[in-house]
Every structure is written in C-alpha cells, then in structure tokens.
Design a protein around this ligand. Structure first.
Ligand code: NAD
Length: 482
C-alpha cells in the first residue's frame, strides 16, 4: 500500500491541489515539543470563493445527479479506506493535535464509523404522504441545502469532520471545509481518501487558513446555503451574524461546562473512572468535558479523596509516549489554562497529575488539577476552561444539585449517578442539556446519538440519523388531480 499522500501547504479545490491564493503559509506546530515542523496553506477569501464555485459545479454535475444509493456506497468506501489507514492517520493526528496515540486512534475509528453510519443511512431518508383535500395527493421530499460550509476546531478534527461532512454528503450537499489553523492535516488526508474512494471532484473542498480570513469569508459567502460551525461561543455568534446577512441556516456546536451529579446512593466504583476520565480526555480540550462534579454530602469526602488519588496517578507527556494526558494545543491555550489555575490559587487542591520524566522542553504541558470545595459561583465552576482542570462542588438536596447543574450559561451534556430509578427519570427531565447520561458519561460517544446544546452551547443537532434532517430541507408537493 502506498503512503497516504496530501499536501499541507496547498488547498484542495475541485479535486485539485493548488497553492493558496497569494501563496501564503502558516506555521505547522508540534504541540508536544512546541516546535515548528513545517507549514500549512493560508487560504484566503479568493480560495473560499473558488471552493464555493467548485462545490456548485459538483452539484450541477456528477455529484448532484448521483442517487442516494451511490452516495451511500461512496461514503461506505471512504470509511473502509480510513480503516486501512488507521495507523498513519493516528500518527498524523497525534502529532498535529498532541493527543496520546490511543486517543487519536479512537478518533480515526470514529471517523470510519461515521462514514459507515452515514453511508448506510443515505438511502433511508424518506418523506411523507399527507392526507389532504379530495382530489389532491400531497407528499414531502427531503432535498440537500446545496453548498454547505463546515468550520471545525482543532480538538477533534476527524470526529467533527465525520459527523458534519459525513451527514452533509449523505444528503447530497457539496461541502467547503475550513479546518482549524492549529490542526488541519487530517482534513487534508481525509479529502485525499474520499476522492480515492470515488467522491467526485468538488463534492468536498478543503481550505485551511486563519479563522478571521478563510473562516470569516466562508461564513459570509453569499453562495453558501448552510453553515455548520463547531468552536467557541464568541466566534459562533460572529458566524451566525454573518450567515444571517445571507438568510442562511446555521448549526452551532459550542462550548460547555458539563456537570456530573453524584448522589449518596451512587455506585462509586462504577462512577469513579468516568468522573475523572470525562475531564482529562484530550487534556480537557473537549466541548463535552465534564469539568464540574457535584457530590452529595454523604459521600463527598470519599469521592474527593478517591478522585484526588486518581489525579495524583495521572502522567503527562508527549503524544507518542501515549500517557494519560498530552500537551495543550498551543502556547495561547496553555496561557489561558494557567490563568485559570492562578485564579484558583486559594482553592483546595485535592489532586494533581505529574509530568513524566524527560518531558520535551517547549511542549505545552500543564499539570491536571482537581479543586475541591469550590463555590458554585466561582469562576472555575462557571467558565469553560478547556484544559485538564476540574472542580468538585458539594450539595445537600436534589433541588440544590439541579440548581447548580443548570446554573451556567451552557447546556451541552450532564450525567447523573444514582441508584434511584425515580431520581434518574426526574433528573433526565430537569437537567438543561442536549444529552443526559444515567450512570455513565458519554455512552462511548456513539455516532448514533444526536448531539448538540442548549443555551450558549449552541443549537441544532449533529450525529445520529437526525443530523440528516439538519443537512436537508423539506419540500412539500401538492398535486391536484381531481
Ligand atoms: P474557535 O471558535 O476559535 O475556532 C473554531 C474554528 O473557527 C476554527 O476553524 C477557526 O479558524 C474558526 N474561526 C475563528 N475565527 C473565525 C471567524 N471570525 N469567522 C469564522 N471562523 C472563525 O474555537 P477554538 O478555541 O479553536 O475551539 C475551542 C472551542 O470550541 C471551545 O469553546 C469548545 O467547547 C468548542 N468546541 C465545541 C464542540 C461541540 O461539538 N460542541 C466541539 C469541539 C469544540
């Protein structure tokens, strides 16, 4: 098998690799060492314009004429090709994002699974027939939006491409993808594999570049028919405003401050790995990271002690050494997380991970830190940190726990650990979040499970079958035949 080929210094438009307009380049960094190891294309508004035209041409050509069955087969083949490249993609992602190898490998497996899922679903999206007036036959059709824009962040490039581009292509849209400037390599590798699997030129175009240049140009482009944005709240609001000027629908997958609620009757042995793991995965740089743990007073000290011990055992090191926690993505992210640690200086530290021996100098490492007895209105308990920093908050009653859990601007994910079936059902309704987990956290991240937020965590749903409705629009046909 030949080596997976893509060119990070170029953009990919209409099935061709080409230098970005103006020839600009941005540094490619390895966060494990804090070193520049190459460069990536600095796509511009002109490249976005060319990508939108190429996508439009694909819709008017082979791609637009393809049946749902054929689209599904191509997606399935993409998934199979991804699977044949698991180790190469794992190493690329681990190096680019700084993820420990095992975590990067899980992302590749998820990308393949998204392609398999949306490949299988492509020909199963159906309309309705509607009983209506005498002499009419009325039915609905699900049609693609047209050209969809996808702006993705650096923390889970492959998973987010899988869930948004995968669903959009399944519905027959043509896509323009703007990966993050901090990590765009697997997006480029993905389009190479997709075309090898038979995706027609222009059905997927990839333009790496700066958010305020290529990203802003994509959000504001009048030729875009739908935008899927995953990233920060501030930029999400900018993207939504830009799209509003063109009256274009937007899906926003934003941040979170997701709580886990641990009641006195919880199975602590089952809960413990999730209480910690749900925060420190990907060095805490996960939108659905559980950065708050709310614990009922009867088991509070036991949970704090056991979580603290788990933190003390965490080892931090470069992606390739595949330890518990890798580096943060960038010097800027490290500065942000260290700023939060400073603001927590007068809080009780219940546990702290260790740097592995021989840590590369210059890498963006921080020690994972668990704070206990944190007031619910403390900045560390309210703001998204996006680093391996977790707070434990005590509570007495169920009502108090719900008030704290629902008391931030966010509402992405929540989990409840309790043996009481009645409480499980009550809290599943009362918690303000797009996903609620009972006696687990994340449910293994299944691609089948609709995902998205309420409040400042965003709106619209990706993942699962329901995402196919988001990436399509409904047409009603009313035929009068007498
Ligand atoms: P970010 O908003 O800075 O960047 C995300 C993407 O937007 C990047 O591709 C970036 O280039 C682009 N961008 C930046 N400025 C832009 C602009 N003015 N116009 C258009 N595009 C622009 O986010 P980040 O800091 O890189 O990522 C972290 C944030 O993303 C966190 O808040 C995290 O919670 C969130 N996130 C959410 C999910 C989810 O599914 N809900 C998943 C991953 C990350």
């Amino acid at each position: 098998m030949r080596e997976l080929w893509y060119d990070a210094t170029q953009v990919h438009i209409g099935g061709e690799w080409r230098a970005p307009d103006g020839g600009g380049q941005l540094p490619l960094e390895n966060p494990s060492r804090g070193e520049q190891i190459g460069s990536i294309a600095r796509g511009t508004a002109a490249d976005i314009d060319a990508a939108v035209s190429a996508a439009r041409a694909a819709l008017e050509g082979d791609w637009g004429r393809m049946t749902a069955v054929e689209r599904g087969r191509i997606l399935t083949r993409i998934g199979q090709l991804v699977e044949t490249r698991i180790e190469e993609l794992t190493v690329i992602e681990a190096m680019d994002v700084g993820k420990p190898l095992t975590q990067a490998r899980n992302d590749v497996i998820a990308l393949a699974r998204y392609m398999e899922f949306y490949g299988g679903a492509a020909d199963k999206v159906m309309g309705d027939t509607i009983p209506y007036l005498d002499g009419y036959t009325v039915y609905t059709l699900r049609e693609p939006h047209g050209v969809t824009g996808h702006i993705v962040p650096w923390n889970y490039p492959m998973q987010i491409i899988g869930r948004s581009v995968g669903a959009a292509l399944a519905m027959g849209n043509a896509c323009v993808l703007k990966p993050a400037e901090e990590a765009c390599l697997t997006a480029l590798a993905f389009v190479a594999l997709a075309e090898e699997a038979g995706l027609p030129p222009g059905a997927l175009n990839v333009v790496p570049g700066l958010g305020e240049e290529a990203g802003a140009a994509l959000a504001a482009h009048p030729g875009i028919d739908h935008i899927s944005f995953t990233g920060s709240v501030g930029v999400g609001a900018l993207v939504q405003s830009a799209a509003a000027a063109n009256v274009v629908p937007v899906t926003l997958e934003l941040g979170g401050k997701s709580p886990q609620l641990v009641f006195d009757d919880a199975d602590l042995d089952a809960a413990l790995p999730f209480l910690v793991g749900a925060c420190i995965q990907n060095a805490g740089q996960t939108c659905s990271a559980s950065s708050r743990v709310l614990v009922q007073r009867g088991v509070y000290e036991e949970v704090v002690t056991r979580m603290g011990a788990a933190y003390d055992a965490l080892l931090v090191g470069p992606a390739r050494s595949d330890l518990n926690v890798g580096p943060l993505i960038s010097a800027r992210q490290k500065e942000i997380v260290e700023g939060f640690l400073t603001r927590g200086a007068d809080l009780r530290i219940a546990g702290q991970g260790q740097f592995a021996e021989g840590l590369p100098e210059g890498g963006y490492y921080v020690r994972p830190t668990l704070f206990a007895d944190v007031p619910a209105d403390h900045v560390l308990a309210r703001d998204e940190i996006f680093g391996p920093v977790q707070v434990v908050i005590p509570f007495d009653t169920e009502d108090e726990a719900v008030a704290i859990a629902n008391g931030t601007d966010y509402g992405l994910v929540a989990s409840v650990w309790t043996g009481s079936g009645a409480r499980q059902m009550r809290l599943a309704k009362r918690l303000r979040a797009g996903q609620v987990f009972i006696n687990n956290y994340g449910a293994g991240g299944g691609v089948e499970l609709p995902f998205g937020g309420v409040g400042k965590s965003g709106h619209g749903r990706e993942k699962g079958f329901v995402a196919l409705y988001g990436f399509s629009q409904l047409k009603t046909v009313a035929a009068k035949h007498g």
